[in-house]
Design a protein around this ligand. Sequence first.
Ligand code: TRP
Ligand code: ZN
Length: 471
Amino acid sequence: MEQRAFSRLAVSAAAALLALTTACTGGTVQGRPGASGLRDPYFPKAGNGGYRVDHYALDLDYDPADGQLHGTAVITARAEQGLSSFNLDFSGLKVEEVTVQGAGARYNRTGNELTVRPAEDLKKGEVFVTEVDYAGKPKTLVDPDQSKEGWITTGKDGAVGVGEPVGSMTWFPGNHHPSDKAAYDITITVPKGYEAVSNGELRTRTDLADGRTEFAWHSPEPMASYLATAVIGRYKVTTGRTPSGVALYTAVAPGEAAASAAPLARLPEMVEWGSGRFGPYPFGTAGAVVLPAGTLAYALETQTKPVFSGAPEEDELVLHELAHQWFGNSVSPKSWKDMWLNEGFAVYAEWLWAEDHGGPTAQQHFDAFLAGDTEVDDHADSDWDAFPPADPPGPEDISGNPVYYRGAMVLHRVRQEVGDEKFFALLRGWAADHRHANASTADFTAYAQEKTGHDLRKVWDVWLYGKARPR
Ligand code: TRP
Ligand code: ZN
């Protein structure tokens, strides 16, 4: 399912090195350390080199009374080089034990890097299983843009784990960069009376003999770790199906139930609408979690179940997070520089939804931004023109207004150039061709030109990369 690029040169160089080390050591394979980061332009230490993860099995045991988390992460990965050691991103919490292929492994920690040294070196191409047992009170991170992520307590006795862009490392060790997507099984055990919600499908809910309840959540489709979530607390759960049969699961904080009813009631219709506009819904399940108001300063498109902080005040916010399931979650960014591929598309989806439901047209939204007209859109007089969407100045800008609104304007400029028929075929083609994979801005511009047959270089130069405010 996943696309993995191998460079021929790297493969043959590694083979030569392997032959050399085998010759020197008389048969023992000698690895070298995997890189401690993937050199993301904004978060250089996020992710790690030398392996890719296929599957995470997370077993999380949470006690709301004292905020303690006990976790076991079983990570199945494939070595992309011979490895004498490799890193996981992990922040806070105490590591109790690490094994690789069932054998005790040595480890050490510096900053947010957990370096694991297996008892035996791993061979290139080897599939290996790492288990990390850990415990403690997970911490909240403050991002470069001052927003909070990681592990956040909710109300008087709940908690939520979220991770855009790097906060998932506060609640499980992993390869925390969006370029390495994997399947997940997240099992959460909580005292009886609490709900525990995560991505994907609830496979089992088991009342244990010790008075606790275990929730086993299954996510078969690839997921970037920043889209993982774990929600614990007292929630009202509703299940259902969309008209075309996608399973729905919503969990709403009791105090938000009345205000959430109307916006969440439109979710089935929105899934159907999105499937028409963008192609089949990419996941087996859909839904939402409404956290107690004030938990977060934002909503997040956590895979299959976006989280909202308090009842969504507008249908457009529900639509925005749903649109990310195609754009961001199924088609994921290759690096944090490519955020406009998430946010520009999700905002443009809001404009399309309005256009299809008696609101302003996308053209009217576009014009409103150029004119700074807040009658049509509250954000029209924001600093949407402050920097080019494909090149945020720093990590604090990856969720800045230009990424969202000028990003959406880029798409509208493409639509103006190519016309509706080609434009909607482009949106569907993009979602289909990169389904459950990763893509960059350069991938998009090349794809758009090829798919539509138009020379769009001026649009890219002025709207996507140009520093000046476009006219
Ligand atoms: N992605 C969220 C949205 O749907 C916003 C957001 C929250 C975000 N935290 C972030 C974006 C960190 C980038 C980085 O709009
Ligand atoms: Zn968004």
